[in-house]
Design a protein around this ligand. Structure first.
Ligand SMILES: [Mg+2]
Length: 364
């Protein structure tokens, strides 16, 4: 069990308590083609308060300048120096191990090729050019011929790195195969498992912190198993926002290695203080909110009575402080029974059941 995987409090707004925000993109500042409401204002306010921003993305296909141009179009003026991609993280790893004979075969988009070139690495186009290492990242144009080049080179002894292992990629038509799915084809054909540098690995966050000269960075993300797990791996605190993939129930049921440090509806949470839930009078309390877990049921105490939530209950609205108190209650109850407890194992690690109802934040 990971120790210390609990919420933290901050008496200061996060944007003055931390010097750099390591921000995820999709589900945090935009969703597909559209900006997240309030994100430009929140980033502007954080910058005005002295916080710097560094965008950290597992997308290895787009060059940093392309990402920066997209953000600037969404009214978040951004330079290429404020973007760290999984391609750059992979290139940094290759460069750190490179010797004069290193020849890199890139399987992926222009962003991956540019990142290798920016590190001064020799990039080749074919397995016939005797590459010493294959680096694979997602590109929508990737096909059998590209995967075949990777397989020829790896079977001939080349080392193998993947920019990230995301199984899926969100598109406007639903989930599509991500880099991890295409990597799986190469793994199947070679029996060789690549090293990966993207989220949830710590290396992309360490590189982003180094590039932004952060002393005290805060990771911000919407996905527990990439952004937040990567933050834990890197040893950085994290803010989870509800504008993307994972929602309140996912946070309540999170395993220790994927638990965020702070909770907010959206990026406006950077400008807020964050009260710490406390154990008080038989419940976890936060402001006027109180929550406790009894068996597999979450009980919220309100001025007009108690609300008991368990498997199959109806969706419910909660306040942000109730979300915090419920999170402390759910994580503590889960840790108390331990990961080997059959009830916790059946539910994927949490005492709260898999069919625990979706909770929504009430508007403040
Ligand atoms: Mg995201």
């Amino acid at each position: 069990m990971t120790t210390g995987a609990t919420l933290l409090g901050s008496d200061e707004p996060l944007q003055t308590a931390y010097d750099v925000a390591l921000l995820d993109l999709d589900g945090v500042v935009y969703r597909g083609a559209f900006g997240v409401a309030g994100a430009p204002e929140a980033v502007t306010a954080a910058r005005a308060a002295g916080m710097r921003v560094m965008y950290v993305t597992n997308n290895a296909a787009r060059a940093p300048q392309t990402v920066a141009d997209h953000l600037t179009e969404l009214e978040i003026p951004t330079s290429a120096q404020e973007v760290t991609t999984a391609a750059q993280a992979a290139a940094a790893l290759v460069a750190s191990e490179a010797h004069p004979g290193t020849r890199v075969l890139t399987i992926g988009g222009e962003g991956l090729r540019l990142a290798m070139a920016a590190e001064g690495l020799t990039v080749v186009d074919s397995a016939d050019d005797a590459p010493t290492i294959v680096v694979q990242g997602f590109a929508p144009t990737l096909g059998w011929r590209d995967l075949a080049e990777a397989v020829y080179a790896i079977r001939a002894g080349a080392d193998y790195i993947a920019s990230n292992l995301d199984a899926t990629l969100p598109t406007d038509r639903g989930m599509a195969p991500g880099n991890g799915a295409l990597v799986a084809a190469v793994v199947h054909a070679t029996g060789v498992t690549p090293r990966s540098t993207g989220k949830p690995q710590a290396s992309i966050f360490h590189q982003a912190a180094r590039r932004s000269e952060a002393r005290n960075p805060l990771v911000v993300g919407d996905r527990l198993n990439t952004d937040i797990a990567g933050a834990r791996a890197a040893g950085y605190p994290s803010l989870h926002v509800l504008t993307g993939v994972d929602q309140i129930t996912d946070v309540l049921r999170a395993v220790p290695g994927e638990r965020p440090t702070f909770l907010a509806a959206d990026l406006a949470g950077l400008a807020r203080t964050h009260p710490l839930p406390e154990w008080h009078g038989g419940a976890w309390t936060c402001g006027t909110a109180a929550a406790r877990v009894e068996g597999t049921t979450l009980v919220l105490t309100r001025t007009d009575g108690e609300v008991a939530l368990g498997g199959g209950s109806d969706p419910t609205e909660v306040s942000l402080d109730e979300f915090r108190a419920a999170t402390a209650a759910a994580w503590t109850a889960t840790d108390a029974v331990g990961p080997d407890h059959p009830r916790s194992g059946d539910a994927g690690g949490s005492v709260l059941p898999a069919d625990f109802p979706p909770l929504r934040l009430a508007s403040e």
